[in-house]
Design a protein around this ligand. Structure first.
Ligand code: MG
Length: 181
């Protein structure tokens, strides 16, 4: 069987539209207060019991749609949440445990003005076609991937005030199907 393309999933932005107005939870989303390890680590100066949970908005319909997308894609977490995404996000959305891209240099400047994930994802994909949804994709990332990744790639910018919408899912599905069996 031919490998499906990879789908790299960011959490903050695509699944958690953190840029939406705080007093106006986007329609279809539910509020969760989560305490991922990465969030606790950011508050090393205070005891864990006093760390205020992180407010995360998640849309249950995303779980269903991503499950459908898994017919066409091999889903991977590509997020600073890393394994916390399986612990805290997947169960809420009704997703199975997904493989996780483990970052080598999270938050560092990438080469040629790219976002820090970009070169690592090219390396991770190792020549396989991939789609990537993220709110940090810009022109240098497209340029870099065009130049360094010979297989097809779909870079889908998702606005962090909106999160993933129907158009994004439709674009992902039709792209995967253009690759053929
Ligand atoms: Mg993001």
């Amino acid at each position: 069987m031919v490998d499906r393309p990879l789908l790299y999933l960011d959490v903050d932005g695509p699944l958690n539209p953190y840029r939406a107005k705080p007093e106006q939870r986007p329609r279809g989303y539910e509020t969760h207060r989560l305490l991922p390890q990465s969030w606790i680590a950011r508050h090393r100066d205070i005891p864990v019991r006093r760390v205020k949970p992180l407010r995360v908005w998640l849309n249950p319909s995303h779980g269903r749609t991503l499950t459908e997308l898994a017919e066409d894609f091999e889903l991977w977490w590509a997020t600073t949440w890393e394994h916390d995404a399986n612990t805290h996000i997947a169960p809420v959305l009704g997703l199975p445990e997904l493989p996780v891209v483990e970052w080598k240099s999270p938050g560092c400047q990438g080469p040629e003005g790219t976002f820090w994930k970009t070169a690592e994802l090219v390396e991770h994909a190792a020549g396989r076609p991939f789609a990537w949804v993220d709110d940090d994709i810009t022109t240098p990332d497209r340029r870099y991937i065009n130049a360094r990744h010979a297989a097809p790639a779909l870079l889908r910018f998702v606005h962090p005030a909106a999160g993933l919408v129907e158009d994004d899912f439709a674009a992902l599905t039709s792209w995967a199907r253009t690759l053929g069996p």
